[in-house]
Design a protein around this ligand. Sequence first.
Ligand SMILES: *[C@@H]1O[C@H](CO)[C@@H](O)[C@H](O)[C@H]1NC(C)=O
Ligand SMILES: *[C@@H]1O[C@H](CO)[C@@H](O)[C@H](O)[C@H]1NC(C)=O
Ligand SMILES: *[C@@H]1O[C@H](CO)[C@@H](O)[C@H](O)[C@H]1NC(C)=O
Ligand SMILES: *[C@@H]1O[C@H](CO)[C@@H](O)[C@H](O)[C@H]1NC(C)=O
Ligand SMILES: *[C@@H]1O[C@H](CO)[C@@H](O)[C@H](O)[C@H]1NC(C)=O
Ligand SMILES: *[C@@H]1O[C@H](CO)[C@@H](O)[C@H](O)[C@H]1NC(C)=O
Length: 395
Amino acid sequence: MFLSSLVVSFALLLPTVQARPKSYAVWAADSGIARGQGNGLDANGAALVSYEHGEFQWGLRLLYELTGNKTYFNYIQTGANNIVFPNGTVHGKYNFTAYSLDPIRTGPTFIYLYKKTSQAKYKTAASVFRSQLNSHPRTGEGQFWHKLMYFNQGWLDGIYMGDVFYTAYTATFDANNATAWSDITAQFQLMFDNTLQTSTAPNDTGLLYHGYDFSHTAVWASPDRGHSPEVWDRALGWYMMALVDVAEMAPANSGQLKPTVLRILNDLAPKIRDAADPKTGVWWLVITQPGRAKNYFESSGTVMFVYALLKAVRLRYIADPDGSIVAAAKKAYKYAIANWVVPNNDGTMSWMNTVSVGSLSGDGSFDYYVNQTVDLNDLKGLAAFVLASLEFEKL
Ligand SMILES: *[C@@H]1O[C@H](CO)[C@@H](O)[C@H](O)[C@H]1NC(C)=O
Ligand SMILES: *[C@@H]1O[C@H](CO)[C@@H](O)[C@H](O)[C@H]1NC(C)=O
Ligand SMILES: *[C@@H]1O[C@H](CO)[C@@H](O)[C@H](O)[C@H]1NC(C)=O
Ligand SMILES: *[C@@H]1O[C@H](CO)[C@@H](O)[C@H](O)[C@H]1NC(C)=O
Ligand SMILES: *[C@@H]1O[C@H](CO)[C@@H](O)[C@H](O)[C@H]1NC(C)=O
Ligand SMILES: *[C@@H]1O[C@H](CO)[C@@H](O)[C@H](O)[C@H]1NC(C)=O
């Protein structure tokens, strides 16, 4: 009698509450896969080279290496095969002469698959991106333009899009190229120097503005240094993820690359910790304008910081003698799982509160950033949540 009523109540629960993986990293990755996200195709099933697919594949690779579950590897490979022809040509709306750094972020996937499968097409595809960098337009100081259409502009985003690949490629195929190592080092340093917020105004954070225009001609460029007006959380999140990922890949003979990214990481990490909202522990969309009407807590930048901070401490790239960096990351992560993860009836989860875009193609103003739509299941945020979860679950 007792037993059978137990069975009945379980049976009643089952259709609405399905078991979910214990690991948030697995749950988020499986949910993205179930929705067909990040597979080298757009919403209409047409091939698409997309940096956020590259970001998601980076997380799936780590999950595959952790669990040995081939589902993740196969998904990465299917995604790459959707944008690389058997002869190694990259398609999926990739335009070499548009000189955009964004598509390059899928390149680390090609290098990974080449190492795993030895299939020449992946090396050929990677070499196409590498040759784009050889003729990519640069500022007078040598910084890659974000895109040809963004004349003389360096954006923090571009460091993640271009230089994670540039590092992976050089480490794999061209490790003795000292020119390449010093060039990658310069990309990080120039971006830092040109976007560092140096004033002492009340809201200033000592963090990095979204970007700069070397020619000072963009509508948003400051007259003195050409930087954009606000600190946007996701731009800085991309840059922070690039710092830790590049530090990990930089081999011993990479010249000043590793000391440079570690110096920058040590400068920024405590400032990011201190810029978190004291109550919730997470970060405002426009970090420079805490509490201002229409500003909000944004999820992609937040989990990018969690990933970068935890990885930096785990690999001893930064010291955390009082534990305050890890504590800040844990607090933010707990807020994220309590507020931005939504369980669905089919056993998947959804991810909330990621801003769809933030570009310097407009006026770069506070109004611009807060005007952008907020997406459900935006892959830029979901992929970063996989990465943050992988780090949190290693604690
Ligand atoms: C591998 O991952 C997939 C997707 O999460 C899951 O359905 C499958 O059961 C896993 N396989 C193993 C052997 O754990
Ligand atoms: C590579 O293959 C694609 C698709 O079959 C084809 O359109 C393209 O011309 C080929 N490129 C070269 C260089 O052979
Ligand atoms: C590729 O980009 C260049 C530079 O923006 C542009 O002139 C060209 O029309 C683009 N090609 C295609 C096929 O869109
Ligand atoms: C080494 O890297 C530099 C800078 O990217 C590049 O111009 C050069 O072609 C590379 N050398 C070789 C042998 O690939
Ligand atoms: C500083 O922040 C306050 C509150 O968010 C905002 O109203 C003000 O405009 C900001 N000041 C500057 C100089 O950005
Ligand atoms: C933001 O949206 C408001 C209301 O739709 C509009 O009036 C304003 O011009 C927009 N500002 C920017 C910078 O996009």
